[in-house]
Design a protein around this ligand. Structure first.
Ligand code: ADP
Ligand code: TZP
Ligand code: MG
Length: 267
């Protein structure tokens, strides 16, 4: 029997018992991310109101928090959900979208980091800035190479005692003690909005499936995106046809193909 050590084994386990993932994400990403989770085999629920987000986190198997389209009311919901997830011992993932852009975002991210996310997933500019570095990000888009964010990711992982994932042309994942790079994907991926946000939600789904191996779960989610992205790019004429092909590729991807094609190397 396959053990839950490979990305494929985790994908299979996720589909056999689809986790309920509470996604507090932005208005741009809500529909995209829900479809990504359904295509991959998980069960998404977009629940963010302060009145219910904490209660829902008690029901969900994992939580993801993304600050893309922020408001004061949303921050209250995010904080309630993060506290509930942490106190119930459930993994939660932070996506610090463009946190360097405004004081409001910086403060929100600082207060969320204090609630101890299990996993942090961002692009290179976001991770560099989270570690106190000078980032060249433009709004939600990265303008920095992933290699330049690797040191920041290692520092952040140790400081936060969390898994940190940096995405881009080559992805990098570390928990402070170990690190890997994942290659694959397509240059069309950053041309489709909210794929990074959707990946954060998928990281939550894998974390729910393998809560005792959050490093492996994060790698599995990123490898799934890398292979589905490569597959989708094969017949795509541009971002529009890539987007629907990507959902189909996620849905069609099986455990054996994922394990055979995933390119993961120690860093
Ligand atoms: N140039 C690229 N080539 C291949 N894959 C990419 C490229 N840029 C981003 N990706 C992939 O797109 C997904 C979203 O990552 P990214 O664009 O970094 O996030 P964000 O949308 O938050 O900025 C990840 O799976 C990442 O590996
Ligand atoms: C365009 C935009 N504006 C606020 S959130 C958002 C979506 C960002 O998505 P991603 O980080 O996945 O590119
Ligand atoms: Mg992003």
């Amino acid at each position: 029997m396959q053990t839950m050590t490979t990305p494929g084994a985790m994908l299979k386990a996720m589909r056999e018992k689809p986790p309920l993932v509470q996604c507090i994400t932005n208005y741009v990403a809500m529909n995209v991310a829900a479809n990504v989770l359904l295509a991959a085999g998980a069960s998404p629920a977009m629940v963010h109101a302060a009145e219910e987000a904490g209660e829902f986190a008690g029901i969900a198997n994992a939580l993801t928090i993304n600050i893309g389209t922020l408001s004061t009311q949303w921050i209250d919901g995010m904080r309630a959900a993060a506290k509930a997830a942490t106190s119930a011992g459930k993994p939660w993932v932070l996506d610090p979208v463009a946190h360097y852009a405004t004081a409001f975002r910086r403060d929100a991210v600082a207060s969320l980091l204090a609630l101890k996310p299990s996993i942090i997933r961002g692009n290179a500019s976001e991770i560099i800035a989270l570690a106190g570095g000078e980032s060249r990000g433009q709004g939600v888009d990265s303008r920095d190479p992933v290699e330049q964010a690797e040191g920041s990711a290692r520092w952040l992982a140790e400081r936060q005692q969390a898994v940190v994932a940096v995405t881009g042309p080559v992805d990098f994942v570390t928990d402070g003690a170990q690190a890997v790079r994942i290659t694959g994907g397509s240059a069309l991926m950053p041309q489709v909005t909210a794929l990074g946000c959707s990946l954060t939600c998928l990281v939550g789904a894998f974390a729910a499936t393998a809560p005792n191996n959050l490093f492996g779960a994060t790698v599995a989610a990123l490898a799934t995106f890398a292979i589905a992205g490569e597959e989708a790019a094969l017949g795509a004429a541009g971002p529009g046809s890539f987007a629907w092909r990507f959902l189909d590729a996620l849905h069609a991807l099986d455990a054996e193909t994922l394990d055979a094609r995933a390119r993961i190397s120690a860093a």
